[in-house]
Design a protein around this ligand. Structure first.
Ligand code: ATP
Ligand code: MG
Length: 558
């Protein structure tokens, strides 16, 4: 999609207006603020492309900030995976990655400033009492009995919260806003809670941790973020975001909300993704069926295809659900341009060419990628014993079956036309064991002068030089369009029992040298890539996506 043809989305319109008015001296600084409590998923990719893409477009920068204010759920494993995933998507952040925990001291100072202004107080009420006094959207809340403590008492208690004198939940620091505000988030929201937990970066230094609403917005101001872009559920937090900025008289970052990405057949809650990992329903966060960036990478998605997908779905203010087949379309579209075409037989059956001399070989040229002039060609070994796909043969061909059967002819891709003479059955199983064919020497691909009629081309692999390959065929992880959208049923009930099939195939010899970053089209079968566990001793390939959308009505024959 070319930049010029697209109309500006609403966030670009805001940015262009700000630039026109020379707001912040024309400076654009966005941020991507993941909480390191899980791996990034395709929804985060939308936010990454938006934040980094916006800054790139307008000559700005983007901070990568870890929102690490909840020590009990966060971990460095997650930090490392997030750094890797953002880099892999093709983005570099402004300077070093930063952490909300870098600002704990400054945030503490901000809290003291609010206490001194009479705008924050220490509350001894329990969580239950606070909830009970909160009121409802139609009824005002009740003021806490601790609301009118003196500044001195609040300063003293808050300091003692910090030094660890009180236990978890005994006291909290609250902003003194308005217990009757129609917006519940303004009813004296919590700013700090006591949590005697070890933090992955600050260790045991802190006994109190700031709440999201206090940490996030203030971190934006500290970094002088110009446009703080978040998902729609934070719209109701915006008045509080602005209240803190105004009362603290700090840099006025602007919060802008957009609709999060929802994808059909996919779950994106990190809590649920963690459940899949911990319950061993998948092999890990990077299982190729996971909607995580690391899972998509292992599956064979490319950064370009993910960025194109994000561009294609665009940015809006209304929630909707994107069909997962659009994501699959984006990866097919990119792989079609870059994937090398190769031949792999998934369910092999032997074909013997009875009129081709035994022990003789010839090399045949095969174009690597007809979509890419630069991709060159390679040589395939042809002989009298080949593997072909079991489904490409029928003992009693049905009407409309154009591939092989007794008396039928077919073209072997980039090789010769062959005509089936007969077949051998396996006595034990009754299944076809071998197919016998005649080849037509004057039908060589590219110099065909034969008069044999064929209606189909099939793929094949030379038996002697073929390599064994474990092939992992992935399908959608869930059978339901909205697995987490059922009130009465757990999302796990909708797991697709056939989301992974492992088969043993036969591949052309060139695939021995494939590396993890290579992408292939197995002709007629789909797009594949080597799994990171693949080695020259044991080839393991993952199916990235089928050639066509198998979930739509199948139109073509093969
Ligand atoms: P959780 O799943 O634990 O509620 P989260 O998905 O909000 O958390 P964060 O790490 O806080 O996870 O998200 C980082 C950023 O990614 C936030 O700015 C958030 O708005 C954005 N983000 C998260 N999910 C999506 C999504 N589905 N679509 C677009 N942006 C998202
Ligand atoms: Mg979040």
């Amino acid at each position: 999609m070319s930049e010029e043809k697209k109309t500006l989305n609403f966030i670009e319109q805001i940015v262009e207006k700000d630039l026109l008015e020379n707001k912040h001296g024309g400076r654009i600084l966005t941020r991507f603020p993941p909480e390191p409590n899980g791996y990034l998923h395709i929804g985060h990719a939308k936010s990454i492309v938006l934040n980094f893409g916006l800054a790139q477009k307008y000559g700005g920068k983007t901070n990568l900030r870890f929102d690490d204010t909840n020590p009990t759920t966060e971990d460095v494993e997650y930090v490392d995976s997030i750094l890797e995933d953002v880099r892999w998507l093709g983005y570099s952040w402004n300077g070093d990655a930063v952490y909300a925990s870098d600002y704990f001291e400054q945030l503490y100072e901000f809290a003291l400033a609010l206490i001194k202004k009479g705008l924050a107080y220490v509350d001894d009420s329990s969580a239950e009492e606070i909830a009970a006094m909160k009121g409802t959207p139609t009824e005002p809340g009740i003021e806490s009995p601790f609301r009118n403590r003196s500044v001195e008492e609040n300063l003293d208690l808050f300091e003692r919260m910090r030094t660890g004198e009180f236990g978890d939940g005994q006291k909290v620091l609250r902003a003194k806003v308005d217990m009757a505000a129609p917006n519940m988030h303004l009813r004296d929201p919590l700013m700090y809670r006591i949590k005697k937990a070890r933090h992955h970066r600050t260790g045991d230094k802190w006994n109190i941790y700031p709440m999201y609403d206090f940490a996030h917005g203030q971190s934006d101001s500290i970094e002088q973020i110009t446009h703080s872009i978040c998902t729609l559920e934070f719209e109701v937090h915006r008045p509080l975001y602005e209240w803190f900025i105004q009362k603290l008289e700090i840099f006025p970052s602007r919060q802008i909300e957009f609709a999060r990405l929802n994808l059909s057949y996919t779950i994106m809650s990190k809590r649920r993704l963690l459940k899949l990992v911990e319950g061993k329903y998948v092999s890990g966060w990077d299982d190729p069926r996971m909607p995580t960036i690391s899972g998509l990478r292992r599956r064979g998605y490319t950064p370009e295809s993910i960025r194109n997908f994000a561009d294609r779905i665009g940015i809006a203010r209304r929630e909707n659900v994107i069909d997962v087949s659009l994501l699959e379309f984006s990866v097919r579209e990119h792989l079609n341009k870059i994937a090398k075409r190769v031949m792999v037989v998934m369910d092999p059956i032997k074909m013997v060419i009875t009129n081709y001399p035994a022990g003789q070989n010839e090399l045949l040229d095969s174009v690597n990628n007809p979509e890419d002039d630069q991709s060159g060609s390679r040589q395939l070994i042809f002989s009298n014993t080949l593997y072909i796909e079991r489904d490409d043969f029928m003992v009693e061909p049905q009407k409309g079956f154009y591939r092989l059967g007794p008396g039928l002819s077919v073209r072997l891709k980039d090789a010769y036309k062959v005509t089936c003479e007969n077949f051998v059955l396996d006595e034990a199983t009754g299944k076809v064991k071998e197919i016998h064919c005649l080849y037509h020497p004057d039908s060589k691909s590219g110099q065909d002068t034969s008069s044999v009629n064929v209606k189909a081309t099939i793929h094949w692999v030379d038996v002697n030089s073929a390599v064994n390959m474990e092939i992992r065929l992935y399908d959608r992880l869930f059978l339901d369009e909205a697995p987490d959208g059922h009130k009465d049923k757990d999302f796990l009930e909708f797991l697709n029992p056939d989301s992974l099939k492992v088969i043993q195939g036969k591949a052309e010899a060139s695939l021995k040298d494939a590396t993890t970053h290579d992408h292939f089209q197995f002709m007629r079968m789909g797009y594949f890539c080597p799994d990171p566990d693949s080695s020259t001793e044991k080839l393991i390939f993952n199916r990235t996506v089928t050639l066509k959308d198998a979930w739509q009505k199948q139109k073509g024959k093969n």
